[in-house]
Ligand binder design. Structure first.
Ligand code: SF4
Length: 377
């Protein structure tokens, strides 16, 4: 099983919380598509993994692509693989880009899942986040997707926002449930450097919410969605049975994937690769056959930390046999020492050969992971 991620690095505006790589100028859009098609054409990944199960267009804002842009990229991909064997083909879309004719065209080319950034159903939150759409536009956009016959729709929400009251969060979750979607991703706000929120924070215009409120919002989310038939299969991801994101699940299972486009990451043959996070340098590198990618061969410690971090963010955790398969000696000895303390505190459970975090401790997932990490002196 292998997946492909395509990074579309364009947005009409910058959301206040976002540090993903993107450009708000579209001057290089055509050059980007030319370079992307060349990168696809040349990639050695396809020689090794001819069967691709998942394809994911993320960004940035993939829904800025016109149908003809999209067709050019798909034509380059179909030269390399048979798209009809795909199990899941996801496109991230913003609510204000959703039109019935556009959705029909994407679906006719095989898109069978849409992930939509809604973030909040309160217009004042949307303005604070500098989102381009209103709450009612988001609700209408979901309606258009349903009328088009799309049966696998995911939407994102953000919690832990400055000024967000518990009641507002409650009504966001309840509104999301009324939309009757198959998948919901909910992320706690993290204020990253190089974002408008970071500036607001430095200038004292906003404050981070306190930990008790964060925990209360997470617990409400977890309890409400699970009561309504969603499985909290990953710390930020909730799905109706049968609708787990296959593409993202393959990242969490350590399966190979290829990332294409500026700033995209890949993982295969025990190596991580990442493309330069600069559109001009990416285009120049690809079109002039110069280096635009860095590579890191994962050490045993990197792999150990990755199994712990990625595994424990999922409901099913990780298999002890996976650690034993890859590691012996000092690393395993270290693991058994640190894991024992977490089991004693009931922060971790061990059943059927798997370590996992019990549901009532999932709000401290990051702390538990940090306790198990191996940090070199
Ligand atoms: S959140 Fe999405 S739409 Fe907003 S700036 Fe980031 S990538 Fe663009």
């Amino acid at each position: 099983m292998a997946g492909i991620y395509i990074h579309v690095p364009f947005c009409y505006s910058r959301c206040s919380y976002c540090d993903f790589y993107k450009s708000t100028s579209f001057d290089l859009k055509k050059n980007y598509i030319d370079a992307l098609c060349q990168e696809i054409e040349r990639s050695a990944f396809f020689n090794q993994f001819s069967k691709i199960d998942t394809l994911y267009f993320g960004g940035g804002t993939p829904s800025v692509l016109s149908v003809s842009d999209f067709e050019r990229i798909l034509a380059a991909l179909t030269q390399k693989m048979n798209l009809s064997s795909l199990q899941e083909f996801t496109m991230e879309m913003n609510p204000d880009d959703i039109r019935a004719d556009y959705v029909d065209a994407l679906m006719s080319h095989g898109v069978n899942r849409v992930s939509m950034g809604i973030q909040s159903f309160e217009d004042k939150h949307l303005r604070l986040m500098n989102r381009r759409h209103s709450a009612s536009q988001a609700i209408q956009a979901i309606e258009i997707l349903k009328q088009a016959g799309l049966q696998n729709v995911s939407a994102d929400l953000i919690y832990g926002l400055p000024f967000m009251t518990f009641n507002e969060w409650q009504s966001n979750v309840e509104q999301m449930l009324r939309l009757d979607l198959q998948h919901i991703s909910a992320y706690h706000l993290t204020i990253e450097k190089n974002t408008a929120f970071y500036d607001y924070l430095k200038k004292g215009k906003i404050q981070e919410i306190n930990e008790d409120e964060s925990v209360k919002q997470f617990r409400f989310l977890q309890e409400t969605l699970t009561q309504h038939g969603f499985v909290d299969y990953e710390i930020s991801n909730f799905a109706k049975p049968g609708f787990y994101s296959q593409h993202n699940s393959s990242y969490w299972k350590g399966l190979p994937y290829l990332g294409l486009g500026p700033s995209a990451h890949s993982f295969y043959n025990d190596c991580r690769f990442w493309n330069v996070a600069d559109l001009s340098k990416y285009i120049h590198g690809v079109t002039h056959d110069e280096v635009y990618q860095e590579k890191e061969v994962l050490s045993s410690i990197d792999r150990y930390n990755e199994i712990i971090m990625v595994g424990l963010r999922t409901k099913v955790g990780f298999l002890l046999s996976d650690l034993e398969k890859y590691f012996d000696g000092a690393l395993l000895e270290y693991f058994h020492q640190v894991v024992h303390k977490q089991i004693k505190k009931k922060h971790l459970l061990f059943e059927d050969g798997r370590y996992f975090i019990p549901d009532d401790k999932r709000f401290i997932t990051d702390g538990i992971i940090a306790e198990l990490f191996y940090v070199e002196d």
